[in-house]
Design a protein around this ligand. Structure first.
Ligand SMILES: C[S@@+](CC[C@H](N)C(=O)[O-])C[C@H]1O[C@@H](n2cnc3c(N)ncnc32)[C@H](O)[C@@H]1O
Length: 275
């Protein structure tokens, strides 16, 4: 019944789906002529047509080399965050430690920490990741993704940022990576409604230092210093308007080398600070 697929796709396009999405949904849910496949496809189409993000409807999404399970308990990993992983890998290579200890703060689906583990292993580097989130729901998804990809050098900690981390890690971490919430509450009300499907606490942060949505970015940068080893690095994704404030927080916190990396649109988006 493979021939049924083009007709199903055309039908979905006439019902309002983009051609690419129609193809993805048919490929994902239409597994044969059995009635259950139609029911599953119809359910998925109804969810997508009601506005739910395609990633949640499909239930998994690629992030760098990994196919990650995603559902409404976690943020959908973004392409900008794939860039953050590139910068983090570059910093670790420059640090040249054989068994790096990495803390992934606000791990969500596990995207950053798991991609780092996966790609470092491919380079022969045996890293250990401590993945932290204040959402137990997010931690459950991240654990499932670690199992799915057979990535075992990772532990999971339920904590608000560094608050409940094992104190023996202080001064020993080689890399802190984070993509904290960084949208201001006021800004959030003006953004695309599709963001309402994602966890509010994954997106929205309080204002700080007179900057909208900056509180968590500032906290992660400031608090990292005490946990990092000599010459170790924090790599933090931040909002488009946060570059100046993030660099000045990093300088004030005592980091020796501070820079911002730009996204593809040329905007400062990732703070890199080395002790
Ligand atoms: C923007 S999402 C990033 C998720 C994932 N790292 C990624 O890049 O796709 C922010 C994450 O930070 C978590 N978070 C928010 N406040 C937190 C806090 N105080 N302590 C720890 N995690 C927090 C949220 O639950 C969410 O999973």
């Amino acid at each position: 019944m493979a021939d049924a697929k083009p007709a199903l796709q055309r039908d979905l396009v006439t019902r309002g789906l983009a051609a690419r999405e129609a193809r993805w949904l048919v490929d994902e849910f239409y597994l044969g002529a059995d009635p259950d496949a139609f029911v599953a496809l119809e359910g998925a189409v109804a969810r997508r047509l009601s506005g739910e993000p395609l990633q949640y409807v499909i239930g998994h999404w690629p992030f760098r080399g990994l196919d990650l399970d995603v559902d409404p308990r976690v943020l959908i990993p973004r392409p900008e965050t794939e860039e953050l992983v590139t910068h983090a890998l570059g910093e670790l290579a420059a640090l040249d430690v054989t068994t790096p200890l990495v803390v992934d703060l606000g791990c969500g689906s596990g995207a950053i920490g798991l991609a780092l583990l996966d790609e470092l292993a491919a380079r022969g580097v045996r890293a250990t990741v401590v993945a932290v989130d204040e959402s137990t729901d997010a931690l459950a998804v991240a654990k499932r993704n670690a199992l799915k990809h057979g990535l075992h050098q990772i532990s999971f900690v339920h904590s608000s940022w560094f608050d409940d981390l094992d104190p023996s890690l202080r001064g020993r971490v080689d890399l802190v990576v984070a993509n904290p919430p960084y949208v201001g509450a006021r800004e959030f009300t003006g953004l695309d409604e599709v963001l309402r499907y994602e966890p509010y606490g994954a997106l929205v942060a309080a204002d700080a230092d007179g900057v909208e949505g900056f509180a968590d970015v500032a906290r992660v940068i400031r608090d990292s210093v005490a946990w990092l080893a000599e010459r170790a690095v924090v790599v933090v994704e931040h909002g488009e308007g946060h570059g100046d404030a993030a660099r000045s927080v990093a300088h004030a916190a005592g980091f020796a080398h501070v820079r911002d990396e730009k996204d593809l649109a040329g905007k400062d988006r990732v703070l890199v600070a080395r002790r």
